[in-house]
Design a protein. Structure first.
Length: 141
């Protein structure tokens, strides 16, 4: 199959069909190219607003681009803050952990630990399986 840019004008999905895996499912059922997002809405190229029921499969609990988070994120990036540190120690993680402990764990007397999985999700699955294994054979943490 030869891809030609001219086909973009004829089929707005041509580049997706040509270069994106067939594994995708949402786009096949909902063929719209979205341009922007705000709150619980996605906006198509033509400006049509759609309610985003997926919300990043629960990763967007505060909606798309909430003003408070946009501002904080822009400030953090402008200060050259670390945007991906895997499991390395860094000041942003330290600040988050302190706040999480003081706001969530300590008031509820919860003796929990936090895991920061890697960007692929494989770390989260591995951690969950290891935790399950430990519980199933009654090994201490």
């Amino acid at each position: 199959m030869t891809y030609q840019c001219a086909s973009d004008r004829e089929d707005e999905f041509a580049i997706f069909h040509h270069l994106e895996s067939e594994v995708r499912s949402y786009s096949r059922r909902f063929p719209v190219v979205f341009a922007t997002a705000r709150g619980a809405q996605l906006f198509a190229r033509d400006g049509t607003a759609y309610l985003d029921f997926l919300m990043g499969c629960s990763s967007l609990n505060y909606g798309h681009n909430p003003p408070q988070l946009k501002s904080a994120l822009a400030d953090y990036i402008a200060s050259d803050g670390i945007t991906q540190g895997l499991d390395l120690y860094n000041e942003a993680k330290e600040s988050f952990l302190r706040e999480f402990h003081e706001t969530i764990l300590r008031p509820r007397q919860l003796d929990y630990v936090v895991q920061f999985p890697g960007p692929t999700g494989a770390n989260a699955v591995e951690a969950a399986l290891n935790r399950l294994l430990k519980k199933s054979v009654a090994q201490p943490d």
